[in-house]
Design a protein around this ligand. Structure first.
Ligand code: OAD
Length: 229
C-alpha cells in the first residue's frame, strides 16, 4: 500500500517541541508575526535569527517520540512518504526514509540573494554569515506569505496515496491543509489529533482523537484492516 502521511507540529509535541497554536497564542514565547514572516526579517534580522537558532537547539536536544517511531516502522510493510510541515528532523532521526519538508528545515541555511544556494548547518546563523555570493544567510524556512516550492511535488505524491494519514496538524495553514483535496475520492483518510481539526467538505474520515503516541497504534490497526480488504 502507498501510504502518504501529512504531519504537523502535534507529532513533535511529545518530544518537547512546542506547537504553534498552543492556547497562549504564542510560539515558544514569540508572536509568529515577529519572527516567521518576511516582514519580520526585514524589520529585525537579529530577532528572527535568534528565534530560529533557539528552535534549532531545541530540536537538537529533542528525541523522536513513539509517534515518529511508529510511522517509521510502517515502512516495513508499506511504501510510506511523509510530507511534514515541521522544520525539525525527528522523522529522519526516527528512521523515515522519504520525508518531504514543505516548510523547510532548521538544519539548512540559504542565501538571501540566490535561493538555490542552500547549506547544511548544525550551529547558529549569525548576522554577517554569508553565502558564497556575499549575501546574508537566512534559515531555509518558508515564512508566512512566502511561496511553498514543494507543494506541487507533495500534491503529486498525495494523488498516488492508497491511504492518507494526517497526524498532529490543525489544518489551518494553506496550501499544506489543501493537500487533502489532492487525494483520490476513494482514498481512506485517517486523522490522529487530540483536538479534532475542522476539515470541511471531506466525508468519511476516520478520526482518532488521541495523542500521536497512542493514536498511531490505532491508526496502524485501521491500516492493517484496510490493507486486508
Ligand atoms: P498547529 O500548532 O497549528 O497545530 C498542532 C496540532 O497538533 C493541533 O491540532 C493540536 O491539537 C495537535 N496536537 C497537540 N498535541 C498533540 C499530540 N501529542 N499528538 C498529536 N497531535 C497533537 O501546528 P501545524 O498544524 O503544524 O508554518 O501548523 C502548520 C504551520 O503553521 C506550521 O508548519 C508553521 C505554522 O505557523 C510555518 O512556519 C510556515
Amino acid at each position: 500500500m502507498k501510504i502518504v502521511v501529512l504531519t504537523g507540529a502535534g507529532i513533535s509535541a511529545e518530544s518537547g517541541i512546542p506547537t504553534f497554536r498552543a492556547s497562549d497564542g504564542l510560539w515558544a514565547g514569540y508572536d509568529i508575526n515577529d519572527v516567521a514572516t518576511y516582514d519580520a526579517w526585514r524589520k529585525d534580522k537579529e530577532l528572527v535569527l535568534q528565534f530560529y537558532n533557539e528552535r534549532r537547539q531545541n530540536a537538537k536536544q529533542a528525541a523522536p517520540n513513539k509517534g515518529h517511531l511508529l510511522l517509521a516502522e510502517l515502512e516495513k510493510k508499506h511504501e510510506v512518504t511523509v510530507i511534514t510541515q515541521n522544520v525539525d528532523d525527528l522523522h529522519e532521526r526516527a528512521g523515515s526514509s522519504k520525508v518531504v519538508h514543505l516548510h523547510g528545515s532548521l538544519f539548512e541555511a540559504r542565501s538571501t540573494l540566490d535561493e538555490r544556494l542552500v547549506y547544511d548547518i548544525e550551529g547558529d546563523i549569525l548576522i554577517g554569515d554569508k553565502c558564497e555570493k556575499g549575501s546574508q544567510l537566512r534559515p531555509n524556512i518558508v515564512w508566512f506569505g512566502e511561496a511553498v516550492p514543494m507543494i506541487e511535488k507533495a500534491a503529486e505524491i498525495t494523488e498516488e496515496a492508497d491511504i492518507f494519514l494526517i497526524v498532529g496538524t490543525s489544518m489551518l495553514v494553506y496550501p499544506a491543509a489543501g493537500l487533502i483535496h489532492s487525494t483520490k475520492q476513494e482514498t481512506p483518510i485517517i486523522v490522529v489529533d487530540p483536538n479534532k481539526p475542522d476539515i470541511g467538505g471531506v466525508l468519511g474520515i476516520h478520526f482518532i482523537e488521541e495523542k500521536a503516541s497512542t493514536g498511531m497504534l490505532k491508526a496502524i490497526e485501521i491500516i492493517d484492516q484496510l490493507s486486508k480488504n
